[in-house]
Design a protein around this ligand. Structure first.
Ligand code: C2E
Ligand code: MG
Ligand code: MG
Ligand code: MG
Length: 287
């Protein structure tokens, strides 16, 4: 009967589910100390300017090297940090590392280099955000236009006035804004008009299909054209081969990121990939 069925349902438990719950609990318990113990660090993925083929910046991607669990992907610990009120601390730490790294890249002579940092939508209604960003820039003496904050479309999409105001205040402070994972959210033309973004970052799911799918090709191409006619730059994420890179070149995409042009890497590896200082370059011989 029904009670017995309920009872049976109650007693059956899924071991995988329990393990998952335990895993999440242990992650959260550990996350508190992870920052202090230097387990959270930043990987840098090169961002390439299509016209020159040069690395003009990088995206900062959070990494957690857990002593027992190994590498925990950001897709697991970022949402956990968001839900448990730890995202502000975590972001402050990542921003500080990324801006500090960029200041050292500038000191090495690459003064055009800019850094993109992902910003959780949850922080857009935090009154402390603007102060956090400007004090971090001031601490490392980095000009605001060298920082790009990536905001996912879905989030900002909420289009609450408060959020638009925060974005406008950030933009007015000189920081640049980028709409991340463009195409996966609920983008409306009104939204594109209202958000003061300098850049639109086309989601990997469209970019990776460029070779095979005519409709994805049309989507990407028309997004680039729309962005350009609104005075915005375009970035394609998830470029995994030369065929896709060439397609994007023909479409006049401004910047590319992907495993083909550079995987996320530690800071010293990135610095090795940057060109020598202008002054150290061999002079060009004109024949
Ligand atoms: P995202 O901001 O869209 O970052 C791009 C993701 O695609 C990164 O995954 C990157 O490693 C990966 N990727 C780059 N090129 C390729 C490629 O050619 N092929 C494939 N298959 N993947 C590529 P990752 O590092 O695992 O980060 C996942 C997401 O976690 C990010 O997506 C971002 O939403 C979030 N995230 C990472 N770091 C932070 C952070 O510091 N703060 C916040 N709030 N979110 C972060
Ligand atoms: Mg991003
Ligand atoms: Mg993205
Ligand atoms: Mg993405």
């Amino acid at each position: 009967d029904r009670a017995a069925a309920e009872g049976r349902r109650w007693m059956t438990y899924d071991p995988a589910e329990l393990e998952d719950a335990e895993w999440k609990m242990s992650l959260l318990a550990r996350l508190d100390q992870a920052v202090e113990r230097d387990e959270i660090w930043v990987a840098y993925q090169p961002k390439i300017e299509m016209a020159s083929g040069r690395i003009i910046g990088a995206e900062a991607l959070a990494r957690w090297s857990h002593p027992e669990k190994g590498e925990v992907p950001p897709s697991q610990f970022i949402p956990a940090a968001e839900r448990s009120g730890r995202i502000e601390n975590l972001t402050a730490h990542i921003l500080d590392s990324a801006v500090g790294a960029t200041a050292s890249i500038h000191r090495a002579g690459h003064t055009d280099f800019s850094i993109a940092v992902n910003l959780s939508a949850r922080l857009l209604d935090s009154p402390a955000l603007l102060a956090m960003v400007s004090s971090t820039l001031a601490r490392h003496k980095l000009a605001p236009h060298h920082l790009i904050l990536e905001i996912t479309e879905t989030t900002a999409m909420a289009s609450q006035d408060g959020i638009v105001e925060t974005l406008e205040a950030l933009s007015a402070s000189g920081v640049r804004l980028s709409i991340d994972d463009y195409g996966t959210g609920f983008s409306t033309l009104d939204y594109l008009k209202r958000i003061p973004a300098d850049e639109i970052k086309i989601d990997r799911s469209f970019v990776s299909m460029l070779e095979k799918s005519q409709s994805d090709r049309i989507m990407v191409h028309s997004t680039i054209q729309l962005a350009h006619s609104l005075g915005r730059k375009t970035v394609a994420e998830g470029v995994e081969n030369g065929v896709v890179l060439n397609e994007l070149r023909l479409m006049q995409c401004d910047y590319v990121q992907g495993y083909y042009t550079g995987k996320p890497m530690k800071l010293p590896a990135l610095m090795e990939q940057l060109p020598q200082r202008e002054s150290e370059k061999e002079p060009v011989t004109i024949v």
